[in-house]
Design a protein. Structure first.
Length: 278
């Protein structure tokens, strides 16, 4: 079966996507620097699918390491690129770290793909590229205008999308799928993998679960004056396993030559918002 490289594959969405790929019969190699995940996630993946994916501990910004990885696994036919720093608040405090990590990792991956003749990439983007959309564009679809990013994190997603589109324009062999997703939640039904952030969580659900099991004294909800029925923020939540399956569909679409454009863009969400209190 075809081999897929998953960068950031021990992370939250990455690990669930690895499971879905392997259950579809794909051979998978993960590269991750373990900056915000634990290698023990591999045991959870193995418990679900019955075998462990290949794993390389490395940084996607390291040109030599990525060159060696592509040379070692010379049967890679596609890349799913998750590896990135993703905390909005942290990006505001440390913008240079975010620009270096999130931009250089993608550039390095694309350079090595070109060098080693790997022609398909799925990029993990975000609904943050839409900024704060006006009411006329709700629910948000792919025709909504891109607006000025509200954080360095969001800006890296916008820039990375531009990088991919520019490279696809210059390199006719490259096929890319950009997935803009909203708010992933949940965990694999086996409970063998889930959202296990290192340090302070950046998403709502880990705070909820940590409070439920007593790791936190209370759950704080910030903001009670939004123009919503209960005053709390409304978000579009998508189940992480559904999100993972969408990445597999994107890979299959490219490998089967079903893409309508060299660089396709899809939103991933339910189109229905729920408030934080709901």
């Amino acid at each position: 079966m075809a081999r897929i490289l998953v960068t950031g594959g021990t992370g939250y969405i990455g690990s669930h996507t690895v499971v879905e790929l392997m259950q579809k019969g794909y051979d998978v190699v993960i590269v991750d620097n373990l900056s915000n995940s634990d290698q023990a996630v591999l045991d959870g993946i193995a418990a679900i699918v019955g075998t462990c994916p290949d794993f390389v501990q490395g940084d996607c910004c390291d040109t030599a390491a990525m060159d060696a990885l592509f040379a070692r696994y010379n049967d890679i036919v596609g890349v799913i690129h998750f590896a990135a720093s993703k905390a909005v608040n942290e990006s505001v405090a440390q913008p240079l770290m975010y620009y270096r990590n999130n931009l250089m990792s993608l550039v390095t991956v694309l350079e090595q793909m070109k060098k080693h003749d790997v022609r398909n990439i799925v990029f993990s983007s975000s609904c943050t590229v839409y900024g704060q959309p006006s009411a006329e564009y709700l629910p948000v679809d792919e025709t909504a205008p891109i607006q000025k990013a509200l954080s360095p994190y969001g800006n890296t997603k916008q820039i990375n999308e531009d990088i991919i589109r520019d490279e696809a324009h210059a390199n006719s062999a490259l096929h890319a799928t950009i997935l803009r997703y909203f708010n992933p939640i949940g965990a694999h039904p086996s409970a063998m993998i889930g959202e296990l952030p290192i340090g302070v969580p950046q998403n709502l659900l880990p705070f909820v679960t940590q409070t439920a099991i007593g790791l936190r004294k209370e759950l704080k909800v910030f903001g009670d004056d939004y123009n919503t029925p209960d005053g709390s923020c409304i978000r579009d939540y998508i189940y992480v396993v559904d999100l993972a399956k969408a990445h597999v569909k994107a890979v299959e679409r490219m490998l089967n030559c079903e893409s309508e454009e060299q660089a396709e863009i899809f939103n991933l969400g339910t189109g229905q918002g729920l408030s934080v209190l709901e």
